[in-house]
Write a protein that binds this ligand. Structure first.
Ligand code: SAM
Length: 315
């Protein structure tokens, strides 16, 4: 894959480059830059760290293999759904280069026309409007962006039900910035669409790593945080577990993260998922892949073999 061409990487001279947190608080609103719009279409862009592009690359690699591999068997009933889709263009705040976010990377992919429906959800109206404009500018007919809040699983599932054939094969990507997506959303999607493979950005390298020690050691002070994680895990036992408290006292966050991920996959097993893989991206993302079919894992492993930097994965 030629990354520059695939993700349409171009310099944006209006980016201040290297904004510190104070400057970002001043000019960034809901992750969108108020000072720079895309030089390609003059629509909003999302300010991101340099590591974001790796995640997009990873998704695109898998999407290509998945849709090519499944298009005949699921003719017209292959769908892609993304929760937390963003506006479609991102900007690397360090070097001022803009590039396709996950949503545009998917709809500009040559395999996108094999799909029946491509649905994007985000809770930010400005994001949804920008992405719909980008979809329209490209004349893409099978894709649309919709307002959807991951705290409201019934609204998202009702909208999915209006668009997507219940007996299709679906790839659902959930890409939040922290561990606040309730597990109830995953449950409800799986109930609505039984053939669903999942890619979830678990944010356990950032949100969880930063906060788990405090939450375990000072549960009263951090009760809101614990409630968030309990909703995410659909499990209240993690923060009452004496072994986890001991791990926090020993500052063994690596083991705590492993147990957190295991708790999540155990929940997914109860929904019928059988095959899993975790890929860490640059120390920032913990990407979980889950499928009920061996073939899905085969595709995922094939997609992960060549890393972003052209290096083969070592583990
Ligand atoms: C990490 S960004 C998505 C980036 C995008 N997938 C990409 O790589 O181009 C997270 C997105 O989640 C959206 N978001 C935040 N809270 C949300 C909620 N409760 N429900 C749905 N979307 C939400 C934000 O507006 C933001 O666009």
């Amino acid at each position: 894959m030629n990354l520059n061409e695939t993700l349409k990487i171009v310099p944006n001279p209006n980016c201040h480059k290297g904004c510190n947190q104070e400057k970002r608080d001043e000019i960034i609103e809901n992750e969108l830059c108020n000072d720079a719009v895309s030089v390609i279409d003059q629509l909003p862009i999302r300010c991101v760290g340099e590591w974001s592009i790796h995640k997009i690359y990873m998704l695109v690699q898998y999407f290509g293999i998945f849709s090519q591999g499944m298009k005949k068997k699921w003719n017209g009933k292959l769908n892609y759904i993304e929760i937390c889709c963003g506006p479609g263009r991102c900007i690397n705040r360090k070097i001022g280069e803009e590039f396709n976010g996950t949503a545009l990377a998917i709809i500009e992919h040559s395999a996108c026309h094999y799909l029946g429906k491509v649905l994007f959800f985000d809770s930010n109206e400005k994001v949804v409007t920008a992405l719909n404009q980008r979809i329209e500018l490209r004349g893409i007919r099978n894709a649309r962006a919709l307002l959807g809040d991951y705290y409201n699983d019934s609204d998202i599932c009702m909208k999915i039900g209006q668009e997507v054939h219940p007996n299709g094969l679906n790839l659902v990507f959930i890409d939040p910035t922290d561990c606040s997506v309730p597990f109830q959303l995953v449950k409800s999607i799986k109930k609505k669409l039984s053939n669903t493979d999942l890619i979830i950005n678990l944010a356990s390298m950032t949100d969880f790593n930063r906060n788990v020690g405090n939450a375990l050691l000072n549960p009263e002070k951090y009760s809101k945080l614990i409630n968030k994680y309990n909703r995410f895990l659909d499990h209240a036992g993690f923060f009452n577990d004496i072994e986890n408290l001991e791990l926090a006292q020993q500052k063994n966050f690596l083991e705590l993260r492993r147990k957190f991920r295991t708790t999540y996959t155990e929940n997914l097993k109860r929904l019928g998922y059988q095959y899993f893989d975790f890929t860490s991206v640059n120390g920032f993302y913990d990407i979980l892949f889950a499928t009920g079919h061996e073939k899905g894992l085969e595709f995922w492993e094939k997609a992960q073999k060549i890393g972003y930097d052209g290096q083969r994965k070592l583990f």
